[in-house]
Design a protein around this ligand. Structure first.
Ligand SMILES: [Mg+2]
Length: 145
């Protein structure tokens, strides 16, 4: 899958520190055949990705649409299409499907969210659903009557 991660409060806390277990999780996801993409509503975060030494895991960095998600994909030339998104904002997760992760505001050494995220992606890849409390399934198209 093409997995898109938000930056602020998803990967980093307010002080810019990385969420615990991010690198191991990225590495495991890549080993499982997934691709990691980064996007942010603030703009292009390539500098942060370099600073956090995440570049070797990341296949692309994009600007994230905050509203009109489908139009935004075209406007910001987001490619490939996200299969699974991880974000502390629920709305975008409900649109694309993925995990609504607990926001990380303050530096923490005992945050385990990345581990449960890995389990959720694994579970979803295997059976199309996940028991993770933040899991949102992408809505099926064409079911509006
Ligand atoms: Mg965020």
């Amino acid at each position: 899958m093409n997995i898109y991660f938000d930056v602020d409060y998803t990967l980093i806390a307010m002080d810019g520190t990385l969420r615990p277990h991010t690198k191991e999780t990225f590495s495991r996801l890549i080993d499982d055949g997934h691709k990691i993409y980064i996007w942010s509503g603030v703009g292009d975060r390539s500098t942060d990705i370099d600073r956090l030494k995440l570049s070797k895991y990341v296949s692309g960095v994009f600007v994230k649409p905050l509203t009109d998600f489908e139009v935004g994909l075209t406007r910001f030339e987001v490619d490939p299409i996200p299969d699974f998104v991880v974000d502390d904002h629920r709305e975008i997760v409900e649109h694309f499907g993925g995990i609504h992760i607990e926001p990380l505001y303050f530096r923490s050494s005992n945050d385990e969210q990345m581990k449960s995220l890995y389990e959720a992606v694994f579970e979803f890849s295997e059976c199309g659903k996940s028991a993770h409390r933040g899991f949102k399934k992408k809505p099926e198209k064409g079911l509006d009557f």
